[in-house]
Design a protein around this ligand. Structure first.
Ligand SMILES: Cc1cc2nc3c(=O)[nH]c(=O)nc-3n(C[C@H](O)[C@H](O)[C@H](O)COP(=O)(O)O)c2cc1C
Length: 209
């Protein structure tokens, strides 16, 4: 079967792409509005962009053409926290996508505790394995629907005790959850370890070409 991309509506394309680009990790983002309301929402168009400085990116769409609270708050404050929930928190992750008005805090509605961040004003979730304090680096708009790719620099990594050993994250301990198509999620299955492939040093600071 072949589908000509231009024959698909934006909705159909969204369903196709979000079924194909799987599994996606979930950035569980806290932001603060101008009025001081803590907003929380999940975003699975999420990836890492650079390691020096550490940059991570999230694609934030619009609802009926208007910026989502998360996008609006990031534009206004220039900062946010990307929290990584674990599989035990799946229900709360899902429910935090309910469209509450900006004056309602999803952390209050869901009874999720927050903790102060170290550098930024936006609080992090207290009971997650990982939180990353981010300062906005840049926002790039793509496509016809006003979706924005929001790239932030991680200033502080908060890691639950025992999760990070010998410079590596223990993935079983992290117990991550991912989104597949629609309201479908998956947790970690088998971990298969292959022999490492020798690779040229990735992280030299001067470029050649
Ligand atoms: C698991 C999950 C992943 C999501 N990923 C995205 C995403 O990558 N981009 C996006 O714009 N919306 C995504 N959404 C929808 C937003 O979470 C939803 O629009 C939410 O109401 C936005 O909240 P806000 O207005 O408080 O920012 C996702 C929803 C769920 C449940």
């Amino acid at each position: 079967m072949q589908i000509m991309a231009e024959s698909l509506s934006p909705e159909a394309t969204y369903r196709l792409m979000s079924g194909v680009v799987v599994p996606r990790p979930i950035a569980w983002i806290t932001t603060v509005s101008d009025d001081g309301v803590v907003n929380l929402a999940p975003f699975s168009c999420f990836t890492f962009v650079s390691n020096k400085p550490p940059l991570i990116g999230v694609n934030i769409g619009r609802k009926a053409g208007v910026r989502k609270d998360t996008g609006a708050n990031i534009h206004a404050s220039g900062e946010y926290v990307i929290n990584i929930g674990d599989a035990t928190q799946l229900e709360a992750i899902h429910l935090s996508s309910v469209e509450h008005p900006p004056e309602v805090s999803e952390t209050d509605v869901l009874g999720l505790a927050t903790a102060p961040s170290r550098i930024i004003r936006t609080p992090r979730l207290a009971d997650v394995p990982v939180s990353m304090e981010c300062r906005l680096e840049r926002i790039i708009e793509f496509g016809d629907t006003g979706a924005e790719f929001v790239v932030g620099e991680v200033l502080v990594f908060h890691l639950r005790d025992g999760l990070y050993r010998d410079g590596k994250v223990d993935t079983r301990e992290l117990n991550p959850v991912c989104r597949i198509g629609g309201p479908n999620y998956a947790s970690l299955g088998d971990i298969v370890t292959l022999r490492a492939v020798g690779q040229t040093e990735k992280s030299v600071l001067n470029r050649n070409g």
